[in-house]
Design a protein around this ligand. Structure first.
Ligand SMILES: [Zn+2]
Length: 282
């Protein structure tokens, strides 16, 4: 058994270079995708999935469609704080105050990151992924809402077809694995909108599609902290999954959490990462 584990460890080490060997330049999304397209294992899986889902119907489009999980299964007063880092020209920041506050208060959280955001914040990403307080999950390679027929949401164009939906999920799975040594278990589509077919594709890749059940509203520009606080405090219940962002220091996410976290702790809630408990969905 020990020998098998050692062999597996060796295999993982050789297949996925260690942090010291990972060159951030080759991980930037464009060269990284070019490199992936030369990888027989990636291409083989892409062809297989593309063929299997070639005639799939998209199904419903939304934040809460069949196959998407959004709650922790528990009667206990547990909450999961989840934070997205979206990337792109206006979303590549890092809310150092927010992260520092979670660290100071020892509040565990799940961070959904895009490949784009990793490119723009490589050293910060290394630090966050090395901190056991945080669970790193997948928010897509290029922050395109996951669609098999080109749906859009909030003006953000979704992936046009199955092969592109595959890249959006799987390329970022492999990117995060290559850097951290851990393959994400959860995927949240950009904007949290997805179709049912993407949830099936994710499942096929061993990844669970995640939505949320408490919308903090921090992503609506200029939302005052009092509104974000109310959105959270009024809607939490045992097992709730709260969605926020940590890529916009100019938003009021941190300012609201400074009041929300002590208030929730006082009313008996504790915080968990998504991987800590089983989840339920539709
Ligand atoms: Zn996002």
């Amino acid at each position: 058994m020990k020998a098998r584990l050692l062999a597996l460890g060796f295999c993982l080490m050789t297949r996925f270079p260690s942090l010291a060997q990972t060159d951030p330049a080759t991980l930037r999304n464009d060269p990284y995708l070019k490199q992936l397209y030369l990888d027989a294992s990636y291409l083989g899986t892409k062809q297989k999935v593309s063929a299997e889902f070639a005639h799939v119907k998209p199904g419903s489009w939304g934040e809460f469609v069949k196959g998407v999980d959004e709650d922790i299964i528990t009667e206990k007063k547990l909450l999961a704080l989840t934070f997205d880092a979206c990337g792109g020209p206006h979303g590549s920041g890092h809310d150092a105050e927010l992260i520092g506050y979670l660290e100071k208060m020892k509040i565990p959280a799940t961070l959904f990151v895009t490949g784009k955001w990793i490119d723009a914040n490589y050293d910060i990403f290394l630090k966050l992924s090395g901190n056991s307080l945080f669970e790193i999950e997948n928010h897509g390679l290029n922050h395109h809402p996951c669609s098999v027929d080109g749906e859009s949401e909030y003006g953000i164009k979704g992936t046009p077809d199955v092969p592109d939906a595959f890249d959006e999920i799987e390329a970022n799975e492999r990117k995060i694995l290559a850097i951290t040594g851990r393959r994400p278990l959860f995927f949240r589509s950009a904007t949290a909108y997805t179709d049912e077919a993407c949830a099936k594709i994710a499942r096929q890749l061993g990844v669970t599609m995640i939505s949320f059940d408490v919308l903090s509203g921090d992503a609506v520009p200029n939302t005052p902290k009092a509104i974000i606080e109310d959105n959270i405090i009024k809607h939490v219940r045992p097992g709730a999954l709260i969605i926020m962002h940590f890529n916009h220091p100019e938003w009021n996410s941190y300012e609201a959490l400074q009041n929300v976290i002590p208030a929730l702790l006082k009313s008996g809630y504790t915080f968990v990462r998504l991987n800590d408990y089983p989840l339920k969905g539709r």
